[in-house]
Design a protein around this ligand. Structure first.
Ligand code: ATP
Ligand code: MG
Length: 421
């Protein structure tokens, strides 16, 4: 038995009023029903670091069925990893039963022959649960029974040193679940932590193992990286560790061929970070459209050289570039449709009047396409005049906008004169 370090309520900075009220309700109800109940993972980690947690996860010795019996608003989800979701309006509190050790005889926990976890439904004790978590800093438990923090792995040292260390042998743990490499990058960026050498070194070697993960899960994890509020840092770290080339092979190839194309990606990620910081919404399709922009331009150029007209060249390029990416990171159709809209509108926005310009301006995706255009301009593409035109147009009254777009040749000069007055 390993002895945990118990950090009593007076020795750590977590107070109950920092914990989400619904999470507290769940903790108390479990506790009052005689179960163990702990806040765990990012919630504890972030509170100790003085950050606002993204979500509050709960660990308990109650089985998922026990949890369902306690909460009316509970739904059990997941086969690979069975969890209870407790719904409070739009908010979901996730409750996980302690996981135990895998043994070859126990069919509820299954590894494949490369050591990957396929199923993880062997229940256990808190002490066992600790070791299946990824990084030490993610394995702290806040006990609702006495408000102490339970530390089995020496995580407090890592919190103080701002270091992330994998629990157990890093290579084995990355092979069990290669997504942990992406999590390492995300937390290192978000928390501004360094990754301990022993946990860092295997990533360079193992990056390609990521390709064995289902494309839908890789898409979800990519979104978490790019919507973390530290997307630029994530992008840099992903490239540094060789993970980016696995997730976005076409983009990496385009970046190798034309290193300058990085400027646009960085601009888009900076603007994503700024939007998240300001509490504005972000659409994953926008970032993906940006990441694939250079590969798409290169491919379109090839079709143009074959003599195809612009629209058709772009259509054929999309038909090549998009499916190739979706094999790695699949996404819901509605998002890939938005990407296509953003791309096609780029050419439309090069028209300042006439049918195509009106269609672009009234298009549902005008705003996204316009933002995309202006970021291209900021990154040095030769589209500044278009960005300026559409920026100015949006400042006009609806009547003037309509007139302008109907193609009165003298509009821009009149508009400029009007502005001077
Ligand atoms: P955040 O919510 O800020 O993204 P988090 O650490 O809470 O970070 P979650 O994905 O919410 O991450 O998971 C909650 C906890 O579950 C983690 O802190 C970790 O202990 C454990 N966990 C999640 N994913 C994995 C994984 N792939 N391998 C091992 N443990 C994991
Ligand atoms: Mg969490």
């Amino acid at each position: 038995m390993t002895q945990p370090t118990i950090i009593s309520r007076g020795e750590h900075g977590i107070s109950r009023d920092q914990i989400d009220s619904n999470a507290l309700k769940v903790l108390y109800r479990l506790h009052n029903a005689g179960f163990q109940a702990y806040l765990v993972g990012g919630g504890v980690r972030d509170l100790l670091l003085g950050l606002e947690p993204k979500d509050f996860d709960i660990a308990t010795d109650a089985t998922p069925e026990d949890v369902r019996n306690l909460f009316r608003n509970c739904r059990l989800i997941g086969r690979r990893f069975r969890l209870a979701h407790i719904h409070f309006g739009r908010e979901i509190i996730e409750v996980a039963t302690f996981r135990g050790e895998h043994s070859p005889r126990n069919k509820n926990g299954v590894l494949d022959n490369s050591g990957r976890i396929l199923r993880d439904n062997v229940y256990g004790t808190l002490e066992e649960d600790v070791w299946r978590r990824d990084f030490k800093v993610n394995a702290l438990y806040y006990n609702i029974a006495d408000f102490s923090v339970v530390d089995f792995t020496g995580a407090m040292t890592d919190i103080n040193d701002r270091t992330m260390r994998m629990i157990g042998d890093a290579e084995t743990r990355y092979r069990e679940d290669p997504v942990r490499m992406l999590r390492a990058v995300r937390f290192a960026a978000k928390l501004d932590f360094s990754i301990h050498k022993d946990s860092e070194t295997p990533i360079y070697e193992l990056s390609t193992v990521l390709s064995e993960i289902p494309a839908a899960r890789l898409f979800d994890e990519s979104i978490k990286l790019f919507h973390s509020g530290t997307a630029v840092k994530c992008f840099e770290l992903l490239r540094h560790y060789g993970l980016f080339q696995v997730l976005f092979p076409q983009t990496e190839a385009a970046l190798k061929q034309d290193p300058e194309s990085e400027v646009f990606i960085v601009k888009v990620l900076q603007s994503t970070d700024a939007r998240i910081m300001d509490g504005n919404n972000v659409n994953p399709a926008f970032v993906f459209a940006a990441l694939l922009w250079q590969p798409l331009l290169n491919q379109t150029q090839r079709f143009l050289s074959d003599g195809l007209p612009v629209n058709l060249a772009m259509q054929k390029a999309i038909d090549k570039v998009l499916p190739a990416q979706l094999r790695m990171t699949s996404m819901p159709k509605r998002l890939s449709l938005i990407m296509k809209d953003i791309w096609f509108l780029q050419d439309r926005l090069a028209n300042h009047s006439g049918k195509r310009a009106i269609a672009a301006f009234t298009h549902q995706r005008f705003r996204a396409a316009y933002d995309f255009l202006c970021l291209r301009s900021a990154a040095g593409e030769d589209v500044a005049k278009h960005c300026v035109f559409w920026t100015d147009l949006q400042k006009l009254s609806p009547q003037k906008q309509e007139k302008a777009l109907q193609g009165k040749k003298s509009f821009m000069s009149r508009f400029k004169k009007a502005k001077k007055v």
